[in-house]
Write a protein that binds this ligand. Structure first.
Ligand code: GMH
Ligand code: CA
Length: 160
């Protein structure tokens, strides 16, 4: 029986090696498919996908449109995610609103789920709540953030 166990173990080892090789091929295939499908309207960062359809809306409309498609308004949690959004901004030459605002408490910016801002990338002297009416956040082509009136129309960027 010892001989049998060994040959069974060898068979399983070979099978694992084959599956690992197949997984590598599959991963490369998915990466390539994603790259083709997401150009030029989307970007992947780790598990996250940012995507636009090129349409614009004010903050409320942008939020609603994203939810309707099962996503959320883009809300970067780190510099890699912000850079991905910046690339979409550059390709479309239009600024988006982020899923970040200080509507509830002036000066305290939060994500749509109520999460406090960990990462931020404000332009110098921002947020300034200019004219006392800037509760939303737009992203410049530099990737820097500026608070701006939620009534403005901006490029809608979804995250999934
Ligand atoms: C003011 C000034 C500008 C600044 C804008 C901007 C509007 O007009 O402080 O320098 O760029 O506000 O913050 O959102
Ligand atoms: Ca501002």
């Amino acid at each position: 029986t010892q001989l049998c166990y060994h040959s069974e173990l060898d068979r399983l080892k070979t099978q694992v090696r084959e599956l690992e090789a197949q997984l590598k091929v599959l991963q490369a295939t998915v990466r390539k498919a994603q790259k083709v499908l997401l150009f030029p309207n989307g970007m992947t960062v780790g598990e996250k996908i940012f995507k636009t359809e090129g349409s614009e809306g004010n903050f409320e409309t942008s939020k609603a449109v994203c939810s309707q498609t099962g996503g959320l308004l883009a809300s970067p949690r780190n510099s890699a995610e912000n850079s991905a959004i910046q690339q979409i901004v550059a390709r479309h030459k239009k600024m988006p609103f982020l899923g970040i605002n200080d509507i509830q408490t002036e000066g305290i910016f939060k994500h749509l789920n109520g999460e406090a801002l960990g990462y931020s990338n404000w332009a110098s002297n921002e947020p300034n709540n200019s004219e006392g009416k800037e509760d939303c956040v737009e992203v410049h082509s530099s990737g820097k953030w500026n608070d701006r009136s939620c009534a403005e129309k901006r490029l809608i960027i979804y995250e999934y």
